[in-house]
Design a protein around this ligand. Structure first.
Ligand code: ADP
Length: 370
């Protein structure tokens, strides 16, 4: 597999983007703090990359997707042709980038990584597409954020392996068709619903990644612990797996936080008690919810009487992006049945209120029991 080396060309990035702590990029503070957080982020990425499964057999969970992918890749290898373009959707941290890297590795093909927001003009995309080698895999993260002209260029490239390069401006402009090498596009999006139909239809294979079951996360945590040389008991692994929001990226991050705590306070061994103590200090509760999850639920429950309330109002109250709430916070809370999305807006459920220690509506004021 070839991951991009050294300085990445314009529009290309060396590894994946946003982590669950999306807030880190907005951290207030001076230059020093930015340098520190940039270093921390680089460190975080290096570790993420070390923990990434490199082959399909090492990839845990998502059994159906894995099976289908295996078939597609085997048949492409047998035919000696690049496989169909693949679209992966699902919340951040579930393995979209990892799968793109695995696809390239299994095909023995080079890989280019870029993202929708990094491609500002169609020229940026033309520059990438026209330099692809035969069979190369190109990964476009956040493909729903591609600018319109680039998206239109991509249609033609995906279908006919051709781009139209426009020379000149105004009425004298001419489009020169340029053949490009057959390639495989792996697109990733947190929102398949936002992709225009003509783009969606050009993918031969689409897969939705769902949150991982605790047993699957436990397996991932044990594997990562092995790679990092961390000692953890079976109960310690279970504790971490049930508090990782169904997300491998979070599981790996929490493992490292708990490891740091265990090294300083508990002789380096992660037991259930050590994990619990460290996670509580991190602001991660029994269900794996963090401060933002709880602030979101608290806002609906306390400020808006349990809802229904529109997402814009919640975002304004929390001073958060609507996109962060919709892509990062809500999917898991919907999954565990803590919120409902209705035509009128978001509502908290009795399970969420119980978790927050609040009384359901109709039993007087929404007051904390604890
Ligand atoms: P996404 O692109 O969906 O945001 P990534 O592919 O970057 O997510 O995955 C985030 C991290 O989680 C990676 O560092 C990888 O180590 C880990 N990971 C994701 N999926 C799996 C999996 N199925 N098995 C093991 N580790 C995984």
């Amino acid at each position: 597999m070839s991951e991009p080396k050294g300085a990445a060309p314009p529009g290309l990035r060396s590894d994946e983007g946003a982590t669950r702590e999306g807030g880190a990029s907005r951290a207030p503070g001076g230059e020093r703090e930015n340098t520190v957080s940039a270093l921390a982020e680089a460190d975080e990425r290096a570790i993420e990359s070390a923990l990434r499964p490199k082959r399909l057999t090492e990839f845990t969970g998502q059994a159906r997707v894995r099976e289908q992918l295996s078939l597609i890749l085997q048949s492409a290898l047998r035919r000696g042709r690049p496989p169909d373009h693949l679209l992966l959707s699902g919340p951040p941290g579930l393995g979209k980038t990892t799968i793109a890297m695995i696809v390239a590795a299994e095909l023995g093909a080079p890989l280019r990584i870029t993202s929708g927001p990094a491609i500002e003009r169609s020229g940026d995309l033309a520059a990438i597409l026209s330099t692809l080698s035969e069979g190369e895999v190109i990964f476009i993260d956040e493909i729903h954020r591609l600018a319109r002209p680039a998206e239109e260029m991509l249609y033609l490239a995906m279908e006919d392996f051709r781009v139209d390069v426009v020379i000149g401006k105004g009425p004298g402009a001419t489009a020169i068709p340029l053949e490009i090498a057959p390639f495989t596009l792996v697109g990733a999006t947190t929102r398949a619903g936002l992709l225009p139909a003509p783009l969606r239809d050009r993918f031969g294979f689409t897969a939705h990644l769902d949150f991982y079951a605790p047993e699957e996360l436990e397996h991932i945590i044990r594997r990562s612990a092995g790679l990092l040389g961390v000692t953890l008991t079976a109960e310690g692994a279970t504790e971490l797996s049930t508090r990782s929001r169904g997300t491998p990226r979070i599981a790996n991050r929490l493992l490292r936080r708990v490891r740091d705590f265990a090294e300083v306070r508990a002789g380096g061994v992660i037991t259930a008690e050590v994990a619990d103590e460290a996670l509580r200090r991190e602001g991660v509760d029994q269900r794996g919810l963090d401060r933002l999850d709880r602030a979101y639920l608290d806002t609906i429950a306390n400020q808006y009487g349990g809802g229904p309330v529109g997402i814009n109002a919640i975002a304004a109250t929390l001073t958060e992006d609507v996109e962060t709430l919709e892509d990062v916070v809500e999917p898991y809370l919907l999954k565990i049945g803590f919120v409902q999305r209705t035509a009128q807006g978001r509502k908290t459920t009795p399970a969420a209120l119980a978790h927050l220690g609040l009384r359901p509506r109709g039993e007087g004021m929404q007051q904390r029991l604890l």
